[in-house]
Design a binder for this molecule. Structure first.
Ligand code: SF4
Length: 466
């Protein structure tokens, strides 16, 4: 077994690998080690006389491999040198198209490292923040960054192109890069204490960020994937993020309740509402909706409920008396009948998302009772952005329209439920969209036999989406 101790750079590995290849040393006989800071560099091949050019065989390696190797060399995994050499050996020993075999273990590992390095390169470009310091030669911009991998040199030309007119340094624990406006230089890594602290520029940046922050567009998971917390400590604007996120739902609600939005046409509100990225914000926003007069006589907005990963969404007409009081959809008599029918159809309501086309209870007084009144087209249309936004978040594969109001708002046309019930079609909202009756219509049938018959047909309809 030969131990090769190489500088942890692409050039260092390439030089040693080229010689090992020329010597015909198989991957299994080499132990790759990285030269540390003060460790002596033991490149065994420098101790050997170079092979005469006449017996050196040319090593032909696809350019794609060398490009890949340059990036993989920037990964921190100490195993990268051995994997690179093994791949190089295989490519030059009968497997020239190895990189096309994605299921190969070596290729898989190399691709994974390449992806991690590329991602880190992107993060550095996105999250380096310069702070101005006064230097004897004038103003110098200095940034502190902690890359996950050894990417400073790989990324240097990007910053030269981007900030060619500035004089700057990027300090990292591994390596520092400097640009004086004319030439690029590198120096060893430094401790964070070498980086300057805050300056006035950061206050400006924070103010700017808090103004451009759009609470309606907050996608927390995507944001953290793009801006991992690891980088926050170097970003002046990051200190604002927790407070801005906490305030986001309230700010969305405030945005939506502004008179401009309230009086905007449905399409404009639909655009705004569709950009509310999480269910909690959507629900809170709907709780202050005044886009039609129905909010005036209702107790509260009755928003949908159920798992956000539900396969099935049930869309009804509007909340009833009990739903209005409890603030939950389908909890009154019609809801109980729906639960029973779902169970008989083999559908677990707990796994469904249940909501209504109209979120406020429309009613008229009759004595002490509040009697359901059908919402008109304007009201249904005003409320459409809410259920559409719910569906966009849940993305069900099945949408069951319960009754004419739901069917008409989904299909955007007049629907004769009794004529069209029981057919499953694909819509933009779900691969299987079913029209059936509203369970409250069953409760209005006074004849027990007819009611039982109608109930059976309702259950049959529900089974069509299984
Ligand atoms: S019914 Fe819908 S559109 Fe009308 S106020 Fe309530 S939530 Fe808004």
């Amino acid at each position: 077994m030969i131990t090769l101790t190489v500088p942890p750079t692409f050039a260092g590995w390439r030089s040693a690998a080229r010689k090992a290849l020329q010597e015909g040393i198989p991957p299994g006989e080499i132990l790759w080690e990285e030269a540390g800071g003060d460790a002596p560099l033991l490149d065994l091949f420098t101790l050997e006389p170079a092979l005469p050019a006449s017996i050196q065989s040319p090593v032909r390696v696809p350019p794609a491999f060398m490009e890949l190797a340059k990036r993989v060399a920037c990964h921190r995994a100490p195993t990268r040198w051995a994997i690179l050499y093994r791949a190089l050996w295989r490519i030059t020993h009968g497997e020239p198209h190895l990189l096309d075999v994605f299921v190969d273990s070596d290729v898989h590992q190399l691709m994974g490292m390449d992806k991690a390095v590329r991602r880190d390169v992107h993060k550095m470009r996105a999250f380096v923040r310069f702070r101005e310091v006064t230097h004897p030669e004038g103003v110098w911009s200095v940034a502190w960054f902690e890359p996950a991998h050894l990417i400073v040199e790989l990324n240097a030309s990007f910053f030269v192109d981007r900030f060619a007119g500035m004089r700057w340094s990027i300090l990292t624990p591994d390596r520092c890069v400097h640009w004086d406006g004319e030439s690029l230089g590198f120096s060893p890594g430094v401790d964070r204490s070498a980086a300057p602290g805050e300056d006035a520029v950061e206050d400006l940046w924070r103010t700017y960020y808090s103004h451009i922050f759009n609470p309606a567009r907050v996608k927390i998971h995507a944001m953290q994937a793009e801006m991992p917390k690891h980088y926050w400590k170097n970003l002046p604007e990051a200190a604002l993020i927790p407070d801005l996120l906490r305030a986001a739902p309230g700010r969305v609600a405030e945005m939506l309740s502004r008179s401009l939005i309230k009086s905007a046409p449905a399409e404009s509100r639909e655009t705004i509402i569709s950009e509310v990225a999480d269910w909690e914000s959507l629900k809170e926003s709907a709780s202050t909706c005044q886009a039609c007069p129905l909010y005036k006589n209702a107790t509260q907005t009755v928003f949908g409920e159920g798992p956000r990963s539900a396969r099935i969404v049930l869309l009804g007409e509007q909340p009833g008396d009990q739903e209005d009081i409890q603030g939950r959809p389908f909890v009154g008599p019609a809801g109980q009948l729906l639960d029973r029918a779902l169970t008989e159809a083999g559908i677990d309501r707990k796994e469904c998302y249940v909501t209504n086309s109209v979120k406020h209870f429309k009613w008229e007084p009759r004595g002490k009772r509040r009697i359901h009144e059908k919402p008109n087209k304007t009201e249904v249309s005003a409320c459409k952005p809410w259920w559409k936004a719910e569906l966009a978040l849940v993305r069900p594969s099945v949408l069951i329209c319960l009754g004419a109001t739901a069917a008409q708002t989904v299909f955007d046309r007049d629907v004769r439920v009794l004529a069209e019930r029981g057919t499953v079609v694909e819509t933009v909202h779900a691969a299987k969209t079913l029209i059936t009756v509203h369970p409250s219509s069953l409760l209005r049938i006074s004849d027990p036999e007819q009611r039982e018959h109608a109930y059976r047909r309702f259950v049959e309809d529900l089974t069509l989406v299984l």
